[in-house]
Design a protein around this ligand. Sequence first.
Ligand SMILES: [Zn+2]
Length: 272
Amino acid sequence: MDDKQKLLNTPLTIYVCEGTPSEIEEWFKTINIAGVPLSNQELRNAAYHGSFVNRAREMFSNSQNGNMARWRTYVKGDPKRQDILEAALDWVSDGNIEEYMAAHRHDENIDELANYFETVLDWVGNVFDSTDSVMRGQHWGEFYRKYHSNSYSKDRISERMEELMGDEAVTSKSGIIEYLLDGENDPELLHIRIFSASDKKTAYAQQTKKAKEQGISNCPMCVQEDGANKSKIYKQSEMEADHVTAWSKGGATTLSNCQMLCTKHNRMKGNR
Ligand SMILES: [Zn+2]
């Protein structure tokens, strides 16, 4: 059977939906469950259809657009499933896509949307040299809002990025982007590798043996503090592993750089 015949023989189910945009969007969700689910942005395009969506789709949903390869370096997803458009709307509206689409539904141009998208991507391109896959799908709209008034040295950023990408202790490579934008203040973004169970056990045994011989606490910070806990011997379950020299100052995640601290002191040190 040829394709035309197949189409002609296919029974159609037609729904006529009435209501507000959000009610119509709910309708689409309900009737769509039989086939491939529509993406959230496809649903929004249907609910807020009009001149604005038509123009926005022409620009952001056309995989033949000459800018698409550059855009997809930074934005994850499929233009045909409206993922690029969704990112553009998300950025310009600071996450309030529905509100934005409702307010602009009958606009005859998409200048603000298009300009904002390019502004964000120009900024990214001015800060980062990289086209690595780690660049794709970052929260660029949010980062632009938070960091665009800071100044960065592109050379320095690309040097640090290379070092961090190659650093085995950095287990979240995607966290490198915000870590650098934030001035390398928050190593938690990088999910630095933690000490192994056997390193912790060994460090605990060594420290505790020494402490007992000397009649002092096995938490070196409790000893320093010289308070009620100065000779307290903690169980291993009451202690946490700490980098003697912080990772950010070049300290490795190895036994020789591992010390056990009581939970209270480890948290205090971690927040410094
Ligand atoms: Zn302590």
